[in-house]
Design a protein around this ligand. Structure first.
Ligand code: NAI
Length: 778
C-alpha cells in the first residue's frame, strides 16, 4: 500500500507487538511446567498442551495435578499460614508492594503472555488486565497495612482454595490472591486449564519477591483438580466461573463449614434511553460486548433501546460493527481477538445457529480463517423469553429488544435469573438516579460500562452468585470474627402432663402477613415448664405454612422502599411496647427454660431493638475514590426476603437480635421461632401487632426446625437463609440453597453468644452492596 493510498483510505496498518520475550521466557522454563508448591516448581508430570487460540500453536505443556499434588499444596499452605498471619499487616504489606512493583516491572511480559495464551487483544491485556492486576496488589497492600487498626475484630480464615476462569486469567488471580494474602490467609489457586501461563509467571514473581514458601501455591489442571480443591482441607473456596459449576460447588461444600464466595455468570442489560448521547452509547457497547470477545461475566450482552430511537441506534450500531477490526491479537490496532478455545467457539456457534428468532447482523469484516475467531454479531428484535435473551452466550454476540417507558425498561432488565451488572445511558440525571436503584445487579454503570477498580466491590446477586471482590466489603470474604465459638448442644424443651398454668388452654397460632394463622397441617405441640406444667400449645408449621409466610414477606415489598428514619421509629416503638410488658415476657422465658434468664433476655432484646433503630439511618454506603473521572457509590440495599431459624437457647433475644437489624435495613422476614421454647415468639407478635409494623414484614412460624429448614432454604423467593438452630441444619440448608444460589449464614453447630451485641455482623449480612459508577467532575 502506498502512502497516498493509506491517506486516502485511512485504514490501519498492522502494528504487531513482538512475542519474542514471552516466547523466550517459555523456552527458558523448558516450555514444560510443574506446579508451584511450597515456594518451588515441582517436576512436570503428565499433562496437556496450552495453545495459542489465535494460531493453534502449542505454547507450553502443563501438568494435570494429582490428588497428592493438591494435598501437598494444601499442606504447604497450612504449614505457612500461622507464621504468615503472625507477620502482621504491615509485614505482609511489604510483600504485596513488592509483588505489585515486580508485576509493574514485567508488565509487558505479562501482557504479551496473556494475549498469546488467551487470545485477547494486546491493547486490552496491556491497558486493562495487567494494570488492574497490579492495582489490586497495591490496593490490598494498603489493606494489609490497615488491617489491625481498621478491622481489629477480624482475623484470617486460614487456607483458601481459589478456582478461576480463563477470561481474565491474571486479573482474576489478582482479585483472588491479593485480598486473601493481605488478610493473612494462604492460598492454593487453580487457573483455568486453557490459560495457566500468567499464573505460572506470577509464581515466579512471588519467588522473586521473596514471598515466604507456601503462602501462594498454584496447581494446574482441569475441573477434576478444581473438585479436588473443593474437597480438600481448606477453610474457604472462592470460585469464579459458570453458574452450573458454582451450583455444584455450593452442593459439594454444604455443611462442611467452608466459607464460600461465588462469582458466576450474567446476562447484563445495557439500557439506552431516548435522550442518551447515542454515539457515546454505541462506543460503550463496543466495550460492553466486544471487549474480550464478549467473554466477560458482566458483559452488556442484552441491549434494551427505547423505541423512539431504536431504528437509528441499530443502524448506527451496525455501521460501527462493520468498522471493528478482528484478527491477530498481538496487533495493536485490533479490536476483537480470538475466542479462548475451539470448545468455546463451538458453543457460541451452536447457540447462535440454534436461534431462529429476530434479525441477525454479523459484522462485514474479514475474519481470519485460521484460529478461533467469531465475528461481532447482533441479533435484533428478540422477545424476552427467547433463549438467547436469557442464556449467557459468553461470546461477541449482542441480542436486543426495545422498550417504551422507563418502568418497562426496568421490568425487562430484571427479567433474568442473573443479577451481576447493568448499564444505563441517559443525559437525564434524575432518570439515571431513579433507575439505578431499581436494577437487580451488584454493579451499575451510568453513561459508561465495564469499569473496574480494586476500591469498588464487584459481585452479583441471584444466580450470579454472592460475595464481593474488592473494596472494604471484599475483605469480609477473607476474614472471620476473632475467637473460637463453642459447640452448640441440642436444646430440648421440657415434657410433662400437668394442667394449664393459667387454667385456659390456649394454642398460639402462626403469624403470617400480619395475621394469626392456623397451621396448615392442623397439628400442634404442647410447651411445658420444667415442673411439667403445661404452658400452652403452638402450631406445627409445615411446607405450606412456609410458602404462605414467604408469599406474605415477598408481598411486603413496600417496606424495602421506606426510609431508615421511618423504620427507626417503628423499631423504637416495638422496643417501647416490649418494655411495657417486660416482666410478663421475663416470666414466660424463665418458665419455659427453667432458668432465670428472662429479665436479662428481655432487657438485652430491648437494647437490640434500640440499637437497630439507631443504625436504621446510619449504616451508610460509601463513595469510593476510583481512579477515573467519576465516583463509585457503594449503596447498601436490603437483601430482600430473609428466612431465619432462630436460636433455641435464647427464645426472645435470639429472635430479636436477628430480626431487628434485618428489618432496620428494609428486609422482610420469615422467622422460625425457637423450637424448644416457642412461646416467647408467639407472645412477641402481639407486640409487633401494636407497633405499626406493616403486615408481612415479619412472619413467625413455630414447629420443628428440621421440617421448616428445607422448604425455606429451597424457596426461590427467599434471598437469604440464616440458621442459629441448635439442630444442626447447616448441611440441609446450604444444599437446598443451591437452587437459586441464595446467600446463607449457618452456625455449623457452633454457638453464638447472644449476650454480646453482633449488630454489625447482622447489618452486613442483611445488606447487598450495589456499586453505582457515575461520571463526576473533570
Ligand atoms: P467453568 O465454570 O467450567 O470453569 C471455570 C473454572 O472452574 C476452571 O478453572 C475450571 O477448571 C474449573 N472447574 C470446572 N469444573 C469444576 C468443578 N466441578 N469443580 C471445581 N472447579 C471446576 O467454565 P467453562 O466450562 O470454562 O465455561 C463454560 C461457560 O461458563 C462459559 O461459556 C460461560 O458462560 C461461563 N463462564 C463464566 C465465567 C464468569 O466469569 N462468570 C468465566 C468462565 C466461564
Amino acid at each position: 500500500m502506498t502512502i497516498k493510498e493509506i491517506f486516502d483510505t485511512m485504514t490501519y496498518g498492522p502494528a504487531p507487538e513482538s512475542a519474542a520475550e514471552a516466547l523466550a521466557w517459555l523456552v527458558d522454563q523448558g516450555a514444560r511446567f510443574g506446579h508451584f508448591i511450597d515456594g518451588d516448581f515441582t517436576a512436570p508430570g503428565d499433562g496437556f498442551d496450552s495453545k495459542n487460540p489465535a494460531t493453534g500453536e502449542v505454547l507450553a505443556t502443563l501438568s494435570q495435578a494429582s490428588q497428592s499434588d493438591v494435598d501437598g499444596a494444601v499442606a504447604a499452605a497450612r504449614k505457612a499460614q500461622g507464621k504468615w498471619a503472625a507477620l502482621g499487616g504491615a509485614g505482609r504489606a511489604r510483600y504485596l508492594y513488592a509483588i505489585a512493583r515486580l508485576m509493574q516491572k514485567h508488565a509487558r511480559l505479562f501482557a504479551v503472555l496473556e494475549t498469546l495464551d488467551n487470545g485477547k487483544p494486546i491493547r486490552e491485556s496491556r491497558d486493562i488486565d495487567v494494570p488492574l492486576a497490579q492495582r489490586h496488589f497495591y490496593y490490598h497492600a494498603g489493606m494489609a497495612q490497615l488491617m489491625e487498626s481498621e478491622l481489629p475484630d477480624r482475623e484470617a480464615l486460614g487456607v483458601c482454595g481459589q478456582i478461576i476462569p480463563w477470561n481474565f486469567p491474571l486479573l482474576m488471580l489478582a482479585w483472588k490472591v491479593a485480598p486473601a494474602i493481605a488478610m493473612g490467609n494462604t492460598v492454593v489457586l487453580k487457573p483455568a486449564e486453557y490459560t495457566s501461563l500468567t499464573a505460572l509467571l506470577f509464581a515466579d514473581i512471588c519467588r522473586q519477591a521473596g514471598l515466604p514458601k507456601g503462602v501462594v501455591n498454584i496447581v494446574t489442571g482441569d475441573g477434576a483438580v478444581g473438585e479436588m480443591i473443593v474437597g480438600a482441607d481448606v477453610d474457604k473456596i472462592a470460585f469464579t466461573g459458570s453458574t452450573a459449576v458454582g451450583r455444584r460447588i455450593r452442593e459439594a461444600t454444604a455443611g462442611s463449614g467452608k466459607a464460600l464466595t461465588l462469582e458466576l455468570g450474567g446476562k447484563s442489560p445495557y439500557i439506552v434511553f431516548d435522550d442518551a448521547d447515542i454515539d457515546s452509547a454505541i462506543e460503550g457497547l463496543v466495550d460492553a460486548i466486544w471487549f474480550n470477545q464478549g467473554q466477560v461475566c458482566c458483559a452488556g450482552s442484552r441491549l434494551l433501546v427505547q423505541e423512539g430511537i431504536a431504528e437509528r441506534f441499530h443502524r448506527k450500531l451496525r455501521t460501527r460493527m462493520d468498522k471493528l477490526r478482528i484478527g491477530n491479537p498481538l496487533d495493536k490496532s485490533i479490536d476483537v481477538g480470538a475466542i479462548v478455545d475451539p470448545v468455546q467457539l463451538t458453543t457460541i456457534s451452536e447457540m447462535v445457529a440454534a436461534n431462529t428468532a429476530g434479525r441477525m447482523h454479523q459484522a462485514q469484516v474479514a475474519v481470519p480463517e485460521r484460529g478461533c475467531f467469531y465475528p461481532p454479531t447482533l441479533i435484533e428484535g428478540l422477545a424476552p423469553s427467547d433463549a438467547l435473551m436469557q442464556e449467557e452466550i459468553f461470546g461477541p454476540v449482542l441480542v436486543s429488544t426495545t422498550f417504551r417507558t422507563p418502568s418497562e425498561a426496568v421490568e425487562l432488565a430484571n427479567n433474568t435469573r442473573y443479577g451481576l451488572a447493568a448499564t444505563l445511558w441517559t443525559e437525564n440525571v434524575n432518570l439515571a438516579l431513579d433507575i439505578a436503584p431499581k436494577l437487580v445487579a451488584g454493579v451499575v454503570w451510568v453513561n459508561a460500562t465495564n469499569l473496574f477498580d480494586a476500591a469498588a466491590g464487584f459481585g452479583g446477586t441471584r444466580e450470579s452468585g454472592f460475595g464481593r471482590e474488592g473494596g472494604w466489603e471484599g475483605l469480609s470474604a477473607y476474614t472471620k470474627p476473632k475467637g473460637k465459638a463453642k459447640t452448640l448442644d441440642q436444646v430440648q424443651g421440657f415434657s410433662g402432663e400437668g394442667a394449664p398454668v393459667d387454667a385456659v388452654d390456649r394454642t398460639a397460632k402462626l403469624y403470617v402477613g400480619g395475621k394469626q394463622a392456623r397451621p396448615d397441617g392442623g397439628y400442634s405441640k404442647a410447651v411445658h415448664a420444667k415442673s411439667g406444667a403445661l404452658l400452652g400449645h403452638v402450631g406445627l408449621g409445615n411446607r405450606k405454612d412456609v410458602r404462605n409466610a414467604v408469599e406474605a414477606a415477598a408481598g411486603a415489598k413496600a417496606w424495602s422502599k421506606t426510609t431508615g428514619h421511618l423504620r427507626a421509629q417503628i423499631l423504637y416503638y416495638i422496643g417501647e411496647n416490649l418494655s411495657a410488658r417486660a416482666s410478663e415476657f421475663a416470666d414466660r422465658i424463665d418458665r419455659m427454660t427453667g432458668k432465670s434468664q428472662g429479665a436479662q433476655e428481655v432487657e438485652a432484646s430491648i437494647q437490640r431493638l434500640f440499637t437497630a433503630a439507631a443504625w436504621a439511618d446510619k449504616y451508610d454506603g460509601q463513595a469510593h475514590g476510583v481512579p477515573i473521572r467519576g465516583v463509585a457509590l457503594a449503596m447498601k440495599e436490603p437483601v430482600g426476603v430473609i428466612g431465619a431459624l432462630c436460636a433455641d437457647e435464647a427464645p426472645l433475644l435470639g429472635l430479636v437480635s436477628v430480626m431487628a437489624p434485618a428489618i432496620a435495613m428494609g428486609n422482610r422476614m420469615v422467622l422460625a421461632a425457637s423450637e424448644a421454647y416457642p412461646l416467647a415468639a408467639t407472645d412477641f407478635y402481639q407486640v409487633l401487632d401494636t407497633s405499626d409494623l406493616p403486615g408481612g414484614v415479619v412472619n413467625i412460624l413455630t414447629g420443628r426446625h428440621a421440617e421448616l429448614a428445607e422448604p425455606l432454604a429451597a424457596h426461590l423467593n427467599v434471598d437469604a437463609v440464616w440458621s442459629f438452630s441448635s439442630s444442626d441444619l447447616s448441611s440441609t440448608i446450604e444444599a437446598a440453597s443451591a437452587g437459586n444460589l441464595k446467600r446463607t449464614w449457618v452456625n455449623n453447630g457452633r454457638a453464638l453468644d447472644w449476650s454480646a451485641d453482633h449488630s454489625r455482623r447482622f447489618l452486613e449480612a442483611a445488606t447487598e452492596v450495589k456499586n453505582i459508577w457515575i461520571p463526576y467532575g473533570e
